[in-house]
Design a protein. Structure first.
Length: 178
């Protein structure tokens, strides 16, 4: 049985150079800038790998989160997180890994609600990506149809755990999250 593992990008462990999602700008970000942005505190990148692959450092997919603000109409600016990148390598597309990565990113944002995080923002590259995010509850920001957001509920004092573990619900896998 294979083990899906979601962890922060470690360039010495993960094969960034071999990642190909079909979008050169996204591939270039992972290969050339993700680690530097993390070291500079600009963003964090988390990668999904599988111990059952011939190369356990092969990246199935990844997401990158960065700080942001959102300006609601008739309201003060609010703290948000930008889903700067989310991609799945060609050979793994269509297997639910994008949904898994999105669920993990949302779960991480829900853990930050006590810091005042109120939304997850995604800048989408094309209509297909916009459809994916809309299917998962994202809505367009009025000023730009290619910038979508997912409102995060305010945290209550009596609130329990923020969300279920996304890897726990993925079929036929054991989990490991670092």
């Amino acid at each position: 049985m294979s083990t899906l593992r979601l962890q922060r990008l470690q360039p010495h462990q993960h094969d960034c150079a071999g990642f190909d999602c079909g979008e050169p700008r996204v591939d270039a970000f992972l290969q050339q800038r993700a680690d530097r942005h993390s070291r500079e505190g600009l963003s964090t990148t988390h990668v999904l790998t599988d111990s059952g692959l011939d190369d356990p450092g092969q990246i199935i997919g990844f997401y990158t989160l960065a700080p942001a603000t959102v300006q609601p109409i008739d309201a003060s600016p609010a703290a948000a997180v930008r889903l700067a990148k989310l991609a799945v390598a060609h050979q793994f597309q269509g297997r639910g890994h994008g949904r898994l990565l999105l669920a993990a990113a949302v779960a991480r944002c829900l853990q930050m609600r006590a810091l005042g995080i109120r939304a997850l923002i995604a800048d989408v590259l094309n209509a297909g990506a916009a459809r994916f995010y809309r299917e998962h509850g994202f809505r367009p920001i009025a000023s730009n149809a290619m910038t979508l957001y997912l409102a995060l509920p305010a945290i209550r004092a009596d609130a329990g755990p923020a969300t279920a573990d996304p890897l726990q619900t993925h079929p036929n896998t054991r989990k490991s999250i670092d």
